[in-house]
Design a protein around this ligand. Structure first.
Ligand code: ADP
Ligand code: MG
Length: 628
């Protein structure tokens, strides 16, 4: 039988992803190496909070009951820095799991980004993907972790030079902390200044000064520890005592962010339920915002004890908000599983969501610039609420800002839109697609432009979903410019525009000819009143689905096949006019023209010609004719 101490430590290889990550970390992330301290301290604080939480149901884990603490020890002579906590600790298996693998989605995305990152950008990415621990290899050429899992007799040791392998094995518990974890960095020569008290103290105070666990520093291995941060949870202090800088630092260290909060919300709810909320809207967009596995980032505390970050306090469409709720009336020993069903939690969810939305409304009203910066980053996420949260739909529509044919580089609200409605206009018109510029130049918009009718240009993926679900606003339906007969004829053209004349008989005959020629490829061909400059465009049949949405669904395999479009021709276009006056001797040319008009309309919609080979043959014949 082997005992804990005589088993040789096993050498293991890092999971391929970790090895690659370490390589990138060391070679790409040059500036702002300080962040490793924040990462290690945040891990130590997490470990103390986990112990606090597990100790609620299993008090034996708390052992001697020592107060949670993080101690940083400097050793200039040995060029070493250690960070020790008396938290939950790790056993051998947990070390392999936590320090040898990356069990997270998104890591690949992180690595691609960091490889492409400019100097200085890389450090901004650390911490968002749980790669925090490895950041210590920026400053250390060897890291040793000694840990003693709370409640266990055994201790374990992990060590690596970050070059592909690590060793892990049992260790004499006397060498490890009595409970918790000590991470010792053998610093690189150029990182020797991380043994200087002044530098380390300043860095910790700025980065982690508001951690929920007190932090001590020992200037030498022999020195007495002195406290440099008191572990008083920032959110429990009165607002009047907290500066904007305090909030920003807390946000950075608590959320693992490097930007500043664009909006800070700190309040105490009293009444039926008592809780404190400290929430931040980030200034920049995290790049895993649309990762389906990304969950909310609001932490739940009960009387200052961290319970879980999976309570989904805010709806998914507010998943960019960071922060915490500290409840005074949830029972402390509530299990994480039970929490989701708790009526207190649902009251909190409702209260925080309402408050956040009303804060955003206030900001939109009072400081539109600041609001628009937030909308620019997160509008596409908030719009998910338009179909996920029916009850708040009107409120969310009120917050929504749009690019439109009238917005230029700015944004328009539906209130702005309503103020510009034309006589007889009965719908809110939109065009939906993937590319804003192409949308803005699509031929379907021409007749709307000519009448000065504003059209929303919707280019976020979520737009197809909310706008087609029978949405309306203020009694006006949202209507696609590619749908059905445009009812534009009811809306007067401005006085200075020439009123369109009726399509001539010749054009009428030509339209019939095109329809016969295209046959099954289209469901109809007709004269258009939505075109003023282009000769042709495609629209959806009456009661048909929006063309872009249809393409999207067909592409995702959720529709058997797209319905046949309607080809609209501009009866007042010079080309249509001259084509319709060709005589029968030109039957071949007319036939080519019919197909080419259809292909041109497809191309304007971002599609390929129906039959690319036939398309080039036809184009060739026409070019040969005009040139020769
Ligand atoms: P994250 O903190 O986002 O999970 P890290 O890379 O910082 O990612 O840490 C990886 C894991 O290692 C942690 O989730 C935790 O399980 C474990 N760990 C790191 N430091 C400690 C510590 N001081 N005490 C206990 N566990 C730790
Ligand atoms: Mg961490």
């Amino acid at each position: 039988m082997t005992t804990a101490t005589d088993a040789a430590p096993a050498t293991r290889s890092f999971e391929a992803d970790v090895a690659k990550l370490l390589h990138l970390m060391v070679h790409s992330v040059y500036s702002d190496k300080d962040v490793f301290l924040r990462e290690l301290i945040s891990n130590a604080a997490d470990a103390c909070e986990k112990l606090r939480y597990e100790g609620l149901s299993d008090p034996a884990l708390l052992g001697d009951g020592a107060a949670p603490a993080i101690t940083v020890t400097l050793d200039a002579e040995g060029r070493r820095l250690s960070i020790e906590d008396n938290g939950i600790g790790m056993d051998e298996g947990e070390m392999v799991e936590a320090l040898g693998t990356i069990a997270r989605s998104g890591t690949k995305a992180f690595m691609d980004r960091i490889a492409a990152a400019q100097d200085g950008e890389g450090s901004q990415l650390i911490g968002q993907f749980g790669v925090g621990f490895y950041s210590a290899f920026m400053v250390a050429d060897r890291i040793e972790v000694l840990s003693h899992r709370a409640g266990s007799d055994a201790a374990a040791r992990w060590e690596s030079d970050g070059l592909g392998t690590y060793t892990v094995g049992p260790v004499d518990p006397a060498e490890a902390p009595a409970r918790g974890t000590r991470v010792t960095l053998h610093l690189k020569e150029e990182a020797a200044d991380y043994t200087q008290a002044a530098k380390v103290e300043r860095t910790i105070k700025t980065q982690s000064g508001h951690a929920p666990v007190p932090i001590f520093i020992r200037d030498t291995p022999e020195a007495e520890p002195r406290q440099i941060a008191d572990g008083a949870a920032l959110w429990t202090r009165p607002k009047s005592e907290i500066s904007a800088d305090d909030y920003a630092e807390f946000y950075r260290s608590n959320a693992g962010q490097f930007d500043a909060p664009a909006l800070t919300l700190h309040y105490r709810a009293e009444g039926r339920h008592e809780y404190t909320v400290l929430a931040f809207v980030p200034e920049t967009k995290p790049f895993d915002l649309f990762d389906p596995e990304r969950s909310g980032r609001m932490k739940l505390y009960v009387r200052r004890v961290f319970i879980t970050d999976e309570a989904e306090i805010l709806p998914r469409y507010l998943r960019f908000v960071r922060g915490l709720v500290d409840s005074a009336d949830l029972p402390l020993n509530v299990s994480r599983e039970m929490i989701q069903q708790s009526s207190v939690l649902s009251a909190i969810q409702k209260g925080v969501t309402n408050r956040l939305l009303s804060e955003l409304e206030k900001l939109a009203e009072n400081e539109p610039e600041r609001f628009l910066a937030i909308w620019d980053n997160f509008g596409a996420v908030i719009k998910e609420g338009l179909y996920e949260d029916f009850q708040r739909r009107e409120q969310l529509l009120g917050l929504a800002r749009f690019r439109t044919t009238a917005s230029g580089d700015g944004w328009r609200s539906l209130k702005d839109y309503a103020a510009g409605l034309k006589d007889n206009q009965t719908a809110i018109y939109y065009a939906v697609g993937t590319d804003l510029d192409r949308l803005a130049s699509s031929p379907q918009l021409e007749g709307f432009r000519a009448r000065g009718i504003e059209v929303l240009l919707l280019s976020d993926q979520v737009d197809s979903f909310w706008v087609t679900g029978g949405a309306d606003h203020d009694g006006k339906p949202f209507k696609s410019v590619t749908q059905g007969q445009a009812d534009l004829s009811l809306i007067p053209l401005p006085d200075n525009a020439a009123a369109p004349t009726e399509a001539s008989d010749e054009v009428g005959r030509f339209i019939t000819f095109v329809k016969d020629t295209l046959g099954e490829a289209v469901s109809d061909v007709r004269a258009s009143n939505r075109l003023t400059e282009s000769a042709a465009c495609l629209v959806a049949p009456e009661h048909g689905m929006d063309r872009q949405l249809e393409k999207l669904l067909a592409g995702a395999g959720r529709l058997p096949s797209a319905a046949k479009p309607v080809l609209e021709l501009n009866p007042h276009h010079a080309l249509i006019d001259s084509l319709s006056r060709l005589d029968d001797g030109d039957a071949g040319l007319r036939e080519d023209a019919a197909h080419l008009l259809f292909d041109e309309a497809r191309i304007a919609d971002g599609e390929l010609p129906a039959d690319p080979r036939a398309f080039s043959a036809r184009l060739g014949r026409i070019l040969a004719r005009v040139s020769g």
